[in-house]
Design a protein around this ligand. Structure first.
Ligand code: PMP
Length: 340
């Protein structure tokens, strides 16, 4: 058994996450599926990697000064990674979140000492106080602050190119047919996709975003796609953003809230793998790939990424009443009864 050496601080515990083969959820399909469990990072998501990378880049080039203020908008996970950096390195942090953020994420951010600014998600995208407009404005109005801008900062993608990509390549010993991952900022799919394609250009990169996001319609060539509402956290956007590297993507799928949440619940129940909603979305996309495979003469080897964990969604995706109220409870027996 190989043990990791003690980490000098919690920051050294970021990355090097396990890659785990999923069996039951893909039973009888001609695939071998391996999931990168990013929810095992110290703050519980893949975003610890980008927070560390973006902050250290800003320290190097002088955009972030000792004791400085960091301002960022985040579905919660990047904010938690930044909160960790702020605690360890002595910065202050203000985060802008959507008012659809789960209570668990909000409480954790407050526990970590972040100042939280909630945005009304019903505001139209062009409104000056909309989720995408308010943070750049706050950053402009606050002299000396650092705005990491995960949606416009390719250091985000670079974090996955430097970390997640090489880890996956090593863990799979280079035998990969498909990378399947959710696209939020696009940092994961861009950074990992670029690294894997450089190593082996035959690897196919498949992205998934929610119905209502503009990414897949854009990928399919639709002009000026219209955004719509969805409940999956962390995936998709109402705008095209600079961190989305469409040129690296071979295929895109759009998942409904219902399918993503159902697969997240299956993942927990059938594998004991505690993924969140976007992990469910990734698993759903893996199943779409598995259903439309060309004949390889052997099982296709698919790697996917599970960005955060079920613990952040116990009051939403894993709560029957919450799902039922929104007409999303598919399994008629629900969780409680099914557990009896
Ligand atoms: N899932 C969750 C829960 C996330 O917070 C994010 C980050 N927005 C993603 C998936 C997508 O990752 P990326 O931003 O690298 O595309």
């Amino acid at each position: 058994m190989l043990y990791r050496k003690p980490c000098g601080s919690v920051l050294e515990a970021i990355g090097n996450t396990p890659l785990v083969q999923l069996r039951r959820v893909v039973e009888n399909l001609p695939v071998e599926v391996f999931a990168k469990l990013e929810f095992l990072n110290p703050m519980g998501s893949s975003k610890d990697r980008i927070a560390k990378h973006m902050i250290e880049a800003a320290e190097r080039d002088g955009r972030l000064k000792p004791g400085g203020l960091i301002i960022e908008n985040s579905s919660g996970n990047t904010a938690m990674g930044l909160a960790l950096m702020a605690i360890q390195k002595g910065y202050r942090l203000k985060v802008v979140v959507r008012d659809t953020i789960s209570q668990e994420k909000l409480n954790q951010l407050l526990a970590l000492g972040a100042q939280v600014h909630k945005v009304d998600t019903s505001l139209p995208p062009e409104h000056p106080d909309s989720y995408n407009n308010i943070t750049p404005r706050l950053a402009r109005e606050t002299p000396g602050c650092f705005f990491p801008d995960q949606h416009g900062n390719r250091e985000n993608n670079a974090a996955h190119y430097a970390g997640t990509g090489p880890e996956i390549w090593e863990q799979m010993e280079g035998r990969i047919d498909y990378l399947v991952a959710g696209a939020g900022t696009g940092g994961t799919i861009g950074g990992v996709g670029r690294y894997l394609k450089e190593k082996d250009p035959t690897i196919k990169v498949v992205a998934v975003d929610p119905v209502g996001s503009v990414f897949t319609p854009h990928f399919r060539g639709e002009k000026n796609p219209k955004a719509g509402p969805y409940r999956i956290e962390g995936l998709g956007d109402e705008f095209l953003i600079p961190t989305m590297e469409f040129e690296l993507i071979d295929e895109m799928y759009q998942v409904s809230d219902r399918d993503a949440f159902q697969q997240a619940r299956r993942l927990v129940r059938e594998e004991g793998v505690l993924g969140g909603g976007s992990s469910g979305a990734a698993l759903w996309a893996v199943l779409q790939v598995a259903k439309s495979l060309p004949a390889l003469g052997r099982p296709a080897r698919i790697v996917t990424v599970f960005p955060d964990g079920a613990g952040r969604y116990l009051s939403s995706i894993f709560n029957d009443a919450w799902l039922a109220e929104r007409g999303l409870l598919d399994d008629e027996r629900g969780l409680l009864e099914a557990g009896e």
